[in-house]
Design a binder for this molecule. Structure first.
Ligand code: TNX
Length: 492
């Protein structure tokens, strides 16, 4: 068990920690981030200086250097090193310098997150204890899905979410960009989507949408923090916002009314309408064009009023549109009931549903992403008294979000088929950043550890002791959070 990590309060728990017995490194006016001159390193250097300055109040400068140049006292050196795997990193803190090394820019960002957590206030200064941390993730896909369709969360709010994700080493921001209640991304080929359906939200609350420029800027902001954005356009159900914008998508040829309730499963595309396939090609083509990452999510969930044959045709149409735009397909669990190309990513969510088709899809070569409703749905209430959130998957206290193993959750999955873990937060009841954060924290830290740390190194008692120190950090950052009674927050 990682006893040294306990005292350092690192979340997620790293693979290996060796605490030294020398003096700590003190962040001071002489502290300088040093980094190489490739574009990725330059951007990382700026990020590192910003992180250290923000954490400590000192003005930390950046110096660009030759790879061969040795480090000097006071340096926080970021190094791209050979021989380390994707996202693997090493942080070495000595009394007079810090070295963060990794095989890729993403690995350096992970190391930086660890360094940020190592910093603490001691006698009026910010210090990091002498330590060597060697670390790498258990899973390559560690995500958070945010529903910006039921209620809109814009660029500024999502930047706060991205910062939080990076702090816990999450690397995929999945954005649920369309649903019955609203359409949140302006697309050049279909301008009425945002123009007519961008302004609505649940309960008649204000809507909103991303312009292409705002969206691309968010994607770049996330990329600089090692987070890639996976956009979701939910089809063939959850499409009232599309039907409200384009009447040609309905059998009557007339647009539907706007919808601001929270029922699911009633709206649908129609496979036989001539407008449907061009719509899917245009929409997924435009979405792929603003997506530097490899994945686009087609939704596919909860189509409760359509025959299976039509459903399968529409899933195939959407998947073809994504693939012909050069991207790989991600879809919710229900798509496992249709023929899939090998390599398709299938996202498990509904713990009430028979998992047999999901297991069969994995055996046929699908890759699996685990978002079990009863563990990872962070819009579920903590307990019966939680004012926000839903309850269909039960209550999820902190320990429920922590105590589970993604590869063992569904029996019969082939070895290696699980590629990762994703938390979700649906926003039927969440209107503000404070609402969102209250549901995410502290549970997002728990799911992040499930995704990052190998099961043999995970331990609830140890996690509870470590996460206690994070409450004051969330307070210092102005983030709302739920003080779960399962943690002694005052001890942290
Ligand atoms: C199920 S998860 C849904 C969403 C709801 C969510 C509420 C999924 C694929 N579909 O449409 O917002 O439950 O928890």
């Amino acid at each position: 068990m990682p006893a040294p990590a306990t005292s350092l309060r690192l979340v997620p728990a790293p693979r290996s920690v060796r605490v030294g017995d020398g003096a700590p490194f003190v962040v001071s006016a002489g502290t300088t981030v040093t980094v190489g001159v490739s574009p990725a390193e330059v951007s990382l250097g700026v990020l590192a200086a910003e992180v250290l300055s923000r954490a400590t109040g000192a003005t930390v400068e950046v110096r660009y250097r030759d790879v061969a140049e040795p480090t000097q006292p006071g340096d926080v050196a970021l190094r791209l090193a050979e021989g380390l795997g994707a996202e693997e990193y090493r942080v070495e803190v000595d009394p007079d310098r810090v070295e963060v090394s990794a095989g890729s820019p993403e690995g350096l960002v992970r190391g930086l997150a660890t360094l940020q957590q190592l910093l603490r206030r001691e006698d009026g200064a910010f210090v990091a204890p002498p330590v060597v941390v060697e670390d790498a993730p258990a899973h390559g896909w560690r995500g958070l899905s945010v529903d910006v369709a039921r209620h809109f969360f814009g660029p500024d709010e999502l930047r706060v979410v991205v910062d939080l994700m990076a702090a816990y080493k999450l690397n995929v921001l999945h954005l649920h960009l369309s649903d019955d209640q609203g359409w949140r991304l302006d697309l050049p080929s279909r301008p009425a989507l945002a123009a007519r359906s961008g302004g609505t939200a649940v309960d008649g609350d204000p809507g909103g949408f991303f312009t292409t420029e705002e969206y691309e800027a968010l994607v770049a902001y996330a990329a600089a923090r090692g987070v890639r954005v996976v956009p979701e356009i939910d089809v063939p159900g959850h499409v009232n916002a599309a039907l409200h914008a384009y009447g040609e998508l309905t059998p009557e040829g007339e647009p539907t009314e706007a919808y601001t309730g929270i029922d699911v499963g009633f709206s649908k595309l129609a496979a036989d309408l001539p407008a449907t396939e061009p719509f899917l090609r245009d929409v997924f083509g435009d979405v792929a064009a603003v997506t530097p990452g490899e994945y686009v999510h087609i939704g596919g969930d909860e189509v409760l009023t359509m025959g299976h044959e039509e459903y399968a045709r529409l899933v195939a149409m959407a998947s073809d549109a994504v693939r012909s735009a050069g991207k790989q397909v991600v879809g919710w669990q229900e798509i496992a009931t249709t023929p899939l190309e090998p390599g398709t990513v299938v996202q498990y969510w509904d713990t009430r549903m028979d998992p047999a088709p999901f297991v069969a899809a994995a055996r046929a070569g699908a890759r699996l992403l685990m978002s079990p409703g009863s563990k990872a749905y962070l819009d579920m209430k903590y307990d019966a008294d939680t004012p926000l959130g839903l309850e269909w998957a039960g209550h999820i206290e902190l320990r429920d979000a922590y105590d589970w193993e993604p590869t063992a959750l569904v029996p019969g999955l082939p070895e290696g088929s699980v590629i990762g873990v994703e938390a979700t937060v649906w926003t039927e009841t969440l209107r503000s950043l404070d609402d969102l954060m209250t549901m995410l924290l502290p549970r997002l830290a728990a799911v992040a550890e499930v995704a990052w740390t190998r099961p043999e190194q995970r331990d609830w008692e140890d996690f509870r002791a470590r996460v206690a120190a994070h409450g004051p950090r969330w307070d210092a950052q102005g983030l709302a959070w739920y003080p779960s009674p399962q943690v002694d927050w005052h001890v942290g």
